[in-house]
Write a protein that binds this ligand. Structure first.
Ligand code: INI
Length: 158
């Protein structure tokens, strides 16, 4: 494959600008996802001025906020963070489903990458495991994906 041109995004933040869109619902989990995302962005070279944190009430409400952020053209990528926990809601499928499909639609409609770091778990324990304990930090994972996607789209455009 040495002779085949390959386009991929690297993990350097350079001058990229990021919005971290985070739900307030289940804040004790989401706070840890934000911490992981900020840490990952900084470790990949982002300065604090390249990062803005935007809070939405809950996961269901994130797509409309994400659309505004994307339409502002101020950000190269959005990191969406939230926690939808089945044990805590009878309408889990609606909240989680609308959040995921809404964010995907915004990203496809606007061309601004949105990395999906919204936990959808059966239990609080599973959410804790994914928010900086034994199953890693999905906020950090989403931030790294956002860096790669932002760089990939730039490379494709250039
Ligand atoms: N929002 C979440 O982010 N996580 C949840 O687990 C959740 N539960 O349990 O219902 C939740 N609900 C609120 C929802 O996202 C909206 O904020 C609300 O419906 C108002 O639009």
């Amino acid at each position: 494959m040495d002779n085949i041109k390959t386009i991929e995004g690297d993990l350097q933040c350079r001058e990229l600008r990021f919005a971290i869109l985070a739900a307030r619902f289940n804040d004790f989990i989401v706070e840890q996802l934000i911490r992981g995302a900020v840490d990952a962005l900084r470790r990949h070279g982002a300065g604090d001025k390249q990062i803005e944190i935007v809070r939405a009430p809950g996961a269901f409400d994130m797509p409309v906020v994400a659309r505004k952020l994307a339409q502002s053209r101020k950000y190269d990528a959005i990191v969406a963070l939230g926690a939808v926990i089945k044990g805590a809601t009878a309408h889990f499928d609606y909240v989680a489903g609308q959040c995921a499909s809404g964010l995907a639609r915004v990203s496809q409609d606007t061309g601004v990458p949105i990395a999906f770091g919204v936990l959808t778990t059966d239990t609080i324990e599973q959410a804790i495991e994914r928010a900086g304990t034994k199953a890693g930090n999905k906020g950090a994972d989403a931030a790294v994906t956002a860096i790669e996607l932002a760089n990939l789209l730039r490379r494709i455009e250039s």
